[in-house]
Every structure is written in structure tokens, then in C-alpha cells.
Design a protein around this ligand. Structure first.
Ligand code: HEM
Length: 355
């Protein structure tokens, strides 16, 4: 470390460093969760970039934090950093490492990751890090100070944000320069698997979606007090959508999906009953898995029976799956058994499926 830095670190390291680390960690956690929720390329680009910057920005504060740690190590044993603080440090390092490994293209699963994709390991470690962080910060409450909003503090915060963005930008540049697989990933951070070749797409989209044993050949269309059973053969229409299925497991595939647009299905079978103007469409799988989408989106949704000219396979939702362009994979309900127009708004459900 340069004498210039060494001379300045001890007096400056402390409260501000800890607050910076806390802020960046919470920003990384928040944007990480958001990154799982957004599917549209525009917003995803910003959220994922902010996530990478917040995560990598933690590295900028390491020199200051090491002074805080060394200072604590000189205190009497009882006042030193407890085991929890070291566990937090270890978890944070592993979270950063797995995040970078995923982004670079080491998507796994590998034997060293206990058979898990690196991204799943990253998310698991991140959750553990955030729990350890909350426990660590609880015993070290900081009262707000008037100087926290001073011009100086705002300048320092801006410098940290700019530095974090620069580290992220440098990482992206390095991926492109070295031609690492990560340079080709989608703006959501997902890697291409099986575009125009549905058989090459991984099957799992959400960790509980095992292929069901039941076979069904009709979909119930319900709303306004009416229920109609529509044979699957009638849904194998000619509406086509080219869209990316982008899974939170860290992969995506673009296919031409074919079937019948949901607005047409609703108009044909419920056209003459009164439906709520502001309602939503509940799409239910034979497994009981369900997601609610806004009724006004019906024209953008497809009940698909084939992908890339081939009937859907059991693992990919046969006989009918929902295609929801611009939304992450957990919205693309597989093995659709029922479509119901309901009053409840689509936002009144857990943002991520809990089934
Ligand atoms: C303390 C919390 C977290 C930290 C410190 C962290 C850190 C990181 C880092 C450093 C990267 C690599 C970025 C890059 O190289 O551009 C990354 C990638 C990623 N993380 Fe996190 N992360 C955290 C939480 C989460 C959570 C909770 C989720 C999801 C629920 C998540 C999802 C992702 C995804 C999808 C990527 C890939 C993004 C890409 O390829 O650019 N992270 N994370």
C-alpha cells in the first residue's frame, strides 16, 4: 500500500466505510432480486449493470475496511470481531466470487458446486450474506449525523458510485477483450441454451416444477360465471411469436412458438359475458402452479402447443404452455389446465412463485 494511502487510511476508515459497505451490500441484494424479476431487455440492462457495480464496488472499500479490522484486532479479546464477522466476510467473498464466475461464463453445474448451477449457488450465498449482515449490523447501530448529508459526504458517495461503475465497466471490457463466454450473455445475465432447438433447452424453470404424471387433453377457460372446456387440438392454431424464454436458472433460448393468442381464445369463448375491465388472467397448471397476468396483456400472450415447428415435449409444458414475451421464465406456466379471468389485480400476488 502506498505511503500516501497508509497515512490517510486510519483516520478516515471507520463509520463511513461501514456505511458504504452496508449501502453497497443492500443495493446488491435489492438489484439482485430485481434482476430476477425483470425480463424486458431495456430495464434489465440497467438493473443488471447496477447489480454488478454494487457488488464489485465492495472491493473498492476493502483497503479501508482492512484498517477497521486491524484496529479491532488490537483491542482486548472480548471487544474483538466475533466469529459472526469473519463468517460474514467469508460469505461476502464467496458471493462475489460466484457472481463473477457466473458472469464470466462458468455457469456449471460443477462437482465443486455440489451439482448446482453457479448462479443458484451465488443466490444462496447472497441470501446467507444478507442474513449475516443484518445480524452483524444490529449490534453496531449508527445514529444518523447532520454531516451525513453534507456536501463532502455527497461528493464521497458520488465518488464511490462512479468508482463502482468504473470497476463494473472494466470487468465488462475485460470479458469482451478476452472473448470469455460471458461477453455473449444476455442483458439479464443469462446464457444461450437451445435457440431453435427446444430439445437442447434445460427442462427445469423453477426448482419445484417436476413433470406431472397426469395427462390432459383440454383446457378450462373460465370467467364471468362461465366455464368452457376447450380441446387442446383447438388451441394448436397458427399464431406465431418469436420470443426468448429467459430462466432465472441463468439460461435463455429464443424459439418460434406457435399456438393461439390468448385474446382470441377469450374472445371466442367468453366474448359475450361481462368480464372485469381491470381484471387479470389467472393461468393454472395441472400441478397447481399459477401466475396472474393483467387482462390488458392478453393480446401479447400465447397459448403455445409447439416450438420451432415441433410439438412441445413433456418437460417443456406439453400439451399447452403459456408464452409471455418480455417476462422471465417463471411466468411461462407449463402444462396449462385452466385460464380464468378474475377480479383480483395481477400485482396482488407474491412477486416470485412460492409454490
Ligand atoms: C450481497 C448480495 C450480492 C452481491 C454482493 C452480489 C454480487 C454479484 C457480483 C459481483 C456479480 C458479478 C457482476 C459482474 O461481474 O458483472 C453478480 C452477478 C449476478 N448476481 Fe449477484 N450479488 C448479490 C445478490 C444477488 C441476489 C440476491 C441475486 C438474485 C436473486 C443475484 C443475482 C445475480 C445475477 C442474475 C447475476 C448475473 C448478472 C450478470 O451476468 O451480469 N445476486 N452478483
Amino acid at each position: 500500500m502506498s505511503p500516501f494511502l497508509r497515512a490517510r487510511l486510519p483516520e478516515r476508515a471507520g463509520r463511513r466505510t461501514n456505511l458504504g459497505l452496508l449501502g453497497l451490500s443492500l443495493a446488491a441484494g435489492g438489484t439482485g432480486v430485481l434482476a430476477f424479476g425483470v425480463g424486458a431487455p431495456g430495464p434489465a440492462r440497467w438493473v443488471v449493470a447496477a447489480h454488478g457495480a454494487a457488488g464489485l464496488g465492495l472491493l473498492l472499500l476493502v483497503p479501508w475496511k482492512s484498517v477497521v479490522v486491524r484496529r479491532a484486532a488490537r483491542r482486548p479479546l472480548v471487544a474483538r470481531a466475533p466469529v459472526g464477522a469473519w463468517a460474514l466476510a467469508g460469505l461476502a467473498v464467496l458471493t462475489l466470487l460466484t457472481g463473477v464466475l457466473h458472469s464470466a461464463g462458468a455457469t456449471g453445474p460443477w462437482p465443486a458446486t455440489a451439482g448446482l448451477p453457479v448462479l443458484h449457488l451465488h443466490v444462496g450465498l447472497a441470501v446467507a450474506t444478507l442474513v449475516a449482515l443484518v445480524a452483524h449490523a444490529r449490534g453496531r447501530r449508527q445514529r444518523p449525523r447532520r454531516t451525513d448529508l453534507s456536501r463532502r459526504s455527497l461528493l464521497r458517495t458520488s465518488a464511490l458510485v462512479a468508482g463502482a461503475a468504473a470497476v463494473w465497466g472494466a470487468g465488462e471490457g475485460l470479458l469482451r477483450l478476452t472473448g470469455a463466454p460471458g461477453a455473449e450473455r444476455r442483458v439479464t445475465g443469462s446464457f444461450e441454451r437451445g435457440t431453435d432447438d427446444p430439445a437442447a433447452m434445460p427442462v427445469t424453470q423453477w426448482f419445484t416444477d417436476a413433470v406431472p404424471a397426469v395427462d390432459h387433453d383440454a383446457v378450462a377457460i373460465a370467467g364471468g360465471g362461465r366455464v368452457v372446456r376447450v380441446p387442446v387440438a383447438d388451441l394448436a392454431g397458427d399464431d406465431a411469436v418469436r420470443a426468448a424464454l429467459d430462466c432465472t436458472g441463468g439460461w435463455y433460448a429464443v424459439q418460434t412458438w406457435r399456438g393461439t393468442r390468448l385474446d382470441r381464445v377469450l374472445a371466442q369463448h367468453l366474448g359475450d359475458v361481462r368480464l372485469p375491465d381491470d381484471g387479470s388472467i389467472e393461468v393454472v397448471s395441472v400441478t397447481g402452479y399459477r401466475r396472474r397476468l393483467p387482462l390488458r396483456d392478453a393480446a401479447d400472450l400465447l397459448l403455445a402447443t409447439s416450438a420451432a415447428g415441433r410439438p412441445l415435449s413433456a418437460g417443456h409444458g406439453a400439451p399447452v404452455r403459456l408464452v409471455a414475451p418480455g417476462r422471465r421464465g417463471f411466468w411461462w406456466v407449463k402444462w396449462v389446465a385452466r385460464i380464468e379471468v378474475v377480479d383480483a389485480p395481477s400485482w396482488a400476488q407474491p412477486p416470485f412463485p412460492l409454490q
